[in-house]
Design a protein around this ligand. Structure first.
Ligand code: ATP
Ligand code: MG
Length: 530
């Protein structure tokens, strides 16, 4: 039995054989190391003196001996053994060398290795029955499981550490999620090709999309500015870290509204080597932009008003001074020399005074009318009007006031029945355009005035062969007080066309012109028939 078992058993196994009274019959040579009192483990002694674990299970042992039970085992019995510990350290240092050959992630750490030299010895105990010389006997197999136990401890220690790491990772992930969710700024993470991976609450609110509607969709859905996306792509390819800061871009919400967003953008490395993601942090600046635009408009208006004021002052001082000087000098001459002058000569000076007064009165009328226009108080009262007669009367009236009567050819091609227009406003429109044509043309050049009705519109055209309007002045021609640089000493306030434009607008029509310096000018007014 001894030699056979010794051959069969592995180096970590020992054995004992017992008779039915639990008296030790045989032991393997190193079985003592598992005994609680090694000195008690001697042949002829009760095994319970050296293995107290067997006390209390005598019935089980008897069952095994009688063949009523095949086996019984006790696992993980611990023994404190100083001498065993010494013995053990040798075997464990061999083990440590073995561990060193393991890959990095499996190899026990130095602290763990120190636990491999434990003061405790662990073993499993198997009890079974065998027969010798037709006698039933018990055999106890003892297996040293210290290393297995230690490795199990290391394993559970590592599992604990991994669990701790996992819960701290989960905690920090939750924390980051909470930070991202509670951010007031919109946050979007996309792949390098612009596919949305993450979107926070603020971004959902800002763009009006739910998470599901944006995830896996191209960012161009909300950021249609392809140039901006291309720029980010180029920067991402050449750089790392922050790409752009506070770049103002127009974005589109789900409802199609355009909003201004200031974006900061950076690149982050993903867990996959060489694969980058783009992080967009955006702030809604639509309100700021609106206020800025309002301020700019207010500033522009302020600038216009200042310009208007200074233009008015310079115009008024010039336009009032000239007739006033004429009145003053004429009345002075009449006062001192009038008694010696002929009636004809005196009449000439009275007429000059009258002309100057009329000019001043017209100027005041224009300013008054313009202030009404500016205040939006110009009234619009359309009434049925016989156009042909109206135009002819107007031409007569204009010609009456001019000494050297210009040639105005009036062409009425009609048919303009049932026309409703505001007479006063139409008077302002045509009067100014015709007076301009006369004023800005040499005396003997013809002026053509036509009136026709076509496609639901009344078209007036006033064509002259006068000085024309320089290109650089054409853009600002309808601005109040603006006069072209080629007017020379021809009098005028620069208010006429501004009033014309407003009067035409009130009719719902348009006023346009073509002009060439030295060739002439044609103004075209189109008013809706009804
Ligand atoms: P007023 O207020 O007395 O009419 P104005 O004739 O100078 O003064 P607008 O009628 O508003 O003012 O015309 C603005 C400017 O446009 C003129 O000063 C002139 O430079 C240019 N202009 C208008 N009509 C003609 C035209 N037919 N030919 C050449 N220049 C013209
Ligand atoms: Mg004019």
């Amino acid at each position: 039995m001894t030699s056979l078992l010794n051959k069969l058993l592995a180096p970590h196994h020992e054995y004992l054989t017992l008779d039915r009274d639990l008296i030790v019959l045989e032991t393997s040579c190193r079985a003592k190391r598992f005994a609680d009192c090694p000195e008690q483990l001697i042949l002829g002694n009760d095994v319970r003196a050296s293995f107290p674990e067997l006390i209390g299970i005598e019935d089980i042992l008897l069952d095994i001996l009688l063949g009523q039970r095949t086996s019984f085992e006790l696992k993980g019995i611990a023994r404190s053994r100083q001498e065993e510990s010494l013995l053990h350290s040798a075997s464990l240092s061999d083990r440590a060398e073995e561990f060193n050959a393991w890959s990095d992630d499996r190899r026990p750490s130095n602290t763990e290795l120190s636990t491999l030299n434990p003061p405790l010895l662990y073993f499993d105990l198997y009890i079974s029955q065998y027969q010798e010389d037709s006698e039933n006997r018990l055999i106890i197999l003892l297996e040293d499981v210290t290393e297995t136990m230690v490795l199990q401890q290391i394993l559970s220690q590592r599992i604990n550490e991994a669990n701790l790491l996992l819960s701290s990772l989960t905690a920090s992930k939750n924390y980051i999620n909470r930070v991202v969710t509670s951010m007031a700024d919109a946050l979007l993470v996309t792949t390098a090709s612009g596919v949305v991976k993450t979107i926070n609450q603020s971004a959902q609110q800002l763009f009006g999309y739910s998470q599901d509607e944006l995830i896996q969709k191209p960012i161009s859905l909300i950021l249609p500015n392809q140039d901006f996306l291309q720029e980010i792509n180029n920067l991402a390819e050449s750089n790392s870290g922050e790409l752009l800061k506070d770049r103002e871009v127009i974005c589109q919400t789900k409802t199609g509204d355009k909003i201004f967003v200031a974006f900061s953008c950076s690149v982050i490395q993903t867990e996959i080597d060489g694969l980058q993601n783009l992080v967009y942090i955006g702030r809604d600046i639509s309100e700021r932009k609106r206020v800025e635009a309002e301020m700019l408009t207010a500033l522009e208006r302020e600038r216009e008003l200042r310009e208007l004021k200074s233009n008015f002052i310079s115009m008024a001082s010039h336009e009032f001074r000239t007739p006033l000087t004429a009145i003053f000098s004429s009345s002075e001459l009449l006062q001192y020399y009038g008694s010696n002058w002929s009636e004809d000569k005196k009449l000439k000076y009275y007429q000059r005074i009258e002309g100057a007064v009329k000019r001043m009165a017209k100027l005041l009328d224009d300013v008054l009318l313009y202030s009404k226009v500016e205040a939006g108080k110009l009234e619009f009262n359309p009434k049925p009007i016989v156009l042909e007669k109206f135009c002819q009367d107007l031409i007569e009236e204009i010609q009456l006031g001019i000494d050297e009567k210009p040639t105005i050819t009036f062409i009425y091609s009609g048919p303009c029945d049932k026309v409703c227009l505001d007479e006063k406003l139409l008077q302002h429109i045509l009067n100014n355009l015709l007076t301009n044509a006369i004023k800005y043309s040499p005396q003997d050049t013809p002026i053509c005035f036509s009136c026709s009705c076509e496609n639901g519109e009344i078209i007036f055209e006033i064509q002259d062969e006068g000085i024309g309007i320089p290109l650089e002045d054409q853009r600002r021609l309808f601005e109040s007080f603006h006069r072209a640089k080629n007017v020379g000493s021809i009098p005028g306030t620069g208010l006429g066309l501004a009033i014309v434009q407003k009067a035409v607008e009130l009719h719902g029509g348009t006023v346009t012109f073509t002009s060439e310096v030295g060739i002439g000018t044609t103004f075209r007014v189109a008013l809706p028939l009804n």
